[in-house]
Design a protein around this ligand. Sequence first.
Ligand code: ADP
Ligand code: MG
Length: 357
Amino acid sequence: QQLETTKKIQKLSIDVINRISAGEVIQRPSNALKELIENSLDAQSTVIKVTVKDGGLKLLQIQDNGSGIKKDDLDIVCERFTTSKLQKFEDLRKIETFGFRGEALSSISHVSHLKILTKTADSNCAYRAYYADGKLAPSTAGDTIDPKPCAGVNGTQITSEDLFFNVPARKKVLRNILEEHARVVDLVRKYAIFNSKVSFILKKADISTPDVFTQGGEGTTEKEVISLIYGSEIAKELKELSSSNDKLEYKMTGLFSTTNLSSKKPIFILFINNRLVDCRNLKLGLEQLYTKYLSKGAYPFIFVRLSLNPRNVDVNIHPTKSEVRFLYEDQIIELIQKVVDTELNLSILSKTFPQAS
Ligand code: ADP
Ligand code: MG
């Protein structure tokens, strides 16, 4: 029997490479939307309006009132590794804005039909541009690729249509439109809470009542937004707690439900350095703690804002930037647990001795 001859090693074409990496950054509509919302927040927007069709697969559109994109930047804005936010590798360590790799728009342009409509305050008109595979593209066959002047308000509107039209395998996996829509709603809700001063609107393209609608405004608190979104029964049982340690370089503030609340499913929302992330260990560590106080099948509501020295956070372990690891994780989790534990103990005591003050 003859062995199969070894195949020749070949370099992949740049388009194939880019499409593969795009699929890693953008795995479903909610990943794309997260990147787009972060861009809008980075651009100092105070109103962010999202419109979706088929859970974001058919249409994902985000309109903001932020800084806008300069006309001269429109030709490279969707190329891979183009960003206005990061110049040197070293900057990664102290990055404060959400985006940092200049990959989001590029990725979206590789796996959908992307259109940008944008206007900066100092321009007297808006510009509209279409993109394919990271580059400017004609809107229809025969048209030129140049950005076209048009009417528009200050800010940016990004429209992604037919997500994964050219990645059939991915599209097949995402057949559950209801689930994709639910993920989009969940994402917008969490950003709306954390950015309580920003107005968020999420709606389906053909339905006028929004799925999420927050007013924003300077005085709006996170608790008010939680009340609006999750209900006043939850909001009224939330206690603001904090914990910090200079040596471990962290500062935590958060809203934790008391033992009076027994939610049917756990809600855990975590922002580290202003970024919505997952941290399995912290989530489990806190939920575990509540099992001591809640009956079986009852769960807490937990909203945590954690500030860490950016040098201590590894945001780059996953292409979608969702799961985060950080230095002193165990010690920090333990200290946070302690604060919450103390509070829950107190709340049990006050239930047992309601007269005590
Ligand atoms: P990154 O956010 O990592 O810089 P992106 O691909 O997400 O990379 O965006 C590329 C660049 O496009 C950003 O650096 C920013 O200058 C510009 N940009 C993207 N979205 C917006 C927006 N909504 N408003 C203003 N500028 C934007
Ligand atoms: Mg970005």
